[in-house]
Structure formats: structure tokens, C-alpha cells
Design a protein around this ligand. Structure first.
Ligand SMILES: N[C@@H](CCC(=O)N[C@@H](CS)C(=O)NCC(=O)O)C(=O)O
Length: 216
């Protein structure tokens, strides 16, 4: 049985598992209570960050690497075009841009805005991280002028990666997305796989509901 440890970017993994129809269990990890107080989790990931994946003897971290692993080991799936497919280069690029360009940068903006002491909220690094997010977002916007999904005509795991990052920006920093990006997120989040993932991820759902109640 596959175990996903922790939500956060683990939502990507759960969404992929739901889309692929693979059985799994989600083990909650409470970062606010301190991962170091969860010895079972620390034995899985001594770094104490989420998500982690356990699949028999395999233990992995890094949400996008985990997605690539699941597709390679438990596919094939139409969520990943084959290397020879015309859609593959864009797929591969946006799969990684979703984390390395978008989520990784907006995560630090979120930390600065929501967790840092007031005097440290508007700091150089947070502004730089926002700049990185916005320049990478331009590639998503341009792609949406050309095609409905990041890889082209079909929804793929690259959309799971990117949409997670856009949702993180919407929820955590109330990023003001343009209409095309909002419509893209609406298309992706209307999928049954997303809805099932949201039903499974209680912490993500609770946070989503809090933001919605605040009008975000
Ligand atoms: N690039 C990693 C990022 C992992 C990450 O930073 N996770 C956050 C929550 S989504 C976390 O655990 N933060 C606490 C920490 O890094 O100690 C991935 O995609 O899995």
C-alpha cells in the first residue's frame, strides 16, 4: 500500500493518485506541532518536511520527483505523454516549473506575509521571490494563449504541478490572477480527481474553506 505522508505539496501526489486510480493512505503530519515531535515521520524523512512517499521499501521526498516515480512505476497513464510525443517537452518543462519556478518562490512570499514578524514582512528576499513567481507565471499565461493545458490539448500531471502552485498563491497570498489563469484553475479543479483529492486532504480543505469564507 502506498502511503503519502503530509499534505502541503502532498496534495499534488494525492491528486495524481486519484487521477490514476491507485489505492493509497494519507498519513497526516502536523508541521505546526513540529515534525520533530512526530518520531514515526522523522524516521521516514529526517529532514522533517512534507510530503514523503512510502511504497513498499521505497521512501521518497520531493513532490514532483514522487509524481514522476509513480507514473514510471505504476503507469502508463495518459497524464504523462511519452518522450517521443510532441507534447512531451512542454509537459516536462511545466511539470518542473510548477515547483521550481512557482511553488518554491510563492512559498517564501507566503511565509514572509503570514508567519514572519511584522517588521520582517516586506523584505528584499520576499520581494525577490515574488518577482521570480511573476516572471515564471508569464510562461503559464503565454501557454494559456496557445492551449487549454500546459502540455497542449490534454490535461496532464504538469497541470497538477502548476495548478497546485497557483492555488497556493491564491490561498496564501491572495494573488490577483488574470481571467485566463482563473479559468484554467477552474477547469482543472472541476475534475473528479481533484474533488476526490480535496475530500481526502482535510487540512487543505479546511484552509480552502477558511479562505473562501474570507472572500478569497
Ligand atoms: N520542493 C519540495 C518542497 C517541500 C516543502 O517545502 N514542503 C513544505 C510544506 S508544503 C514544508 O514541509 N515546509 C517545512 C520545512 O521545510 O521544514 C516538494 O515539492 O516536495
Amino acid at each position: 500500500m502506498i502511503t503519502v505522508w503530509g499534505e502541503g505539496r502532498g496534495f499534488r501526489v494525492v491528486w495524481l493518485l486519484e487521477e490514476m486510480g491507485l489505492p493509497y493512505r494519507l498519513r497526516r503530519v502536523d508541521l505546526l506541532a513540529g515534525a520533530e515531535n512526530d518520531p514515526e515521520f522523522m524516521a521516514i524523512n529526517s529532514g522533517g518536511f512534507i510530503p514523503a512517499l512510502q511504497d513498499g521499501p521505497v521512501v521518497m521526498v520531493e513532490s514532483v520527483a514522487i509524481m514522476e516515480y509513480l507514473i514510471a512505476r505504476h503507469g502508463p497513464t495518459p497524464l504523462a505523454p511519452a518522450p517521443g510525443d510532441d507534447a512531451f517537452p512542454a509537459y516536462q518543462q511545466f511539470l518542473h516549473l510548477g515547483e521550481a519556478g512557482l511553488a518554491a518562490s510563492i512559498y517564501f512570499v507566503s511565509g514572509a506575509r503570514n508567519i514572519a514578524p511584522a517588521a520582517e514582512r516586506d523584505n528584499w528576499s520576499a520581494r525577490q521571490a515574488m518577482g521570480v513567481f511573476e516572471t515564471r507565471l508569464r510562461l503559464v499565461s503565454r501557454r494559456l494563449d496557445e492551449a487549454p493545458w500546459m502540455a497542449g490539448e490534454a490535461f496532464t500531471a504538469a497541470d497538477i504541478s502548476v495548478v497546485y502552485a497557483l492555488e497556493l498563491a491564491r490561498r496564501n497570498v491572495r494573488y490577483p490572477f488574470a481571467e485566463a489563469e482563473r479559468a484554467y484553475v477552474a477547469r482543472a479543479t472541476a475534475r473528479d480527481g481533484y474533488q476526490r483529492a480535496m475530500a481526502a486532504c482535510h487540512d487543505t480543505r479546511a484552509w480552502n474553506e477558511t479562505v473562501a469564507a474570507e472572500g478569497g
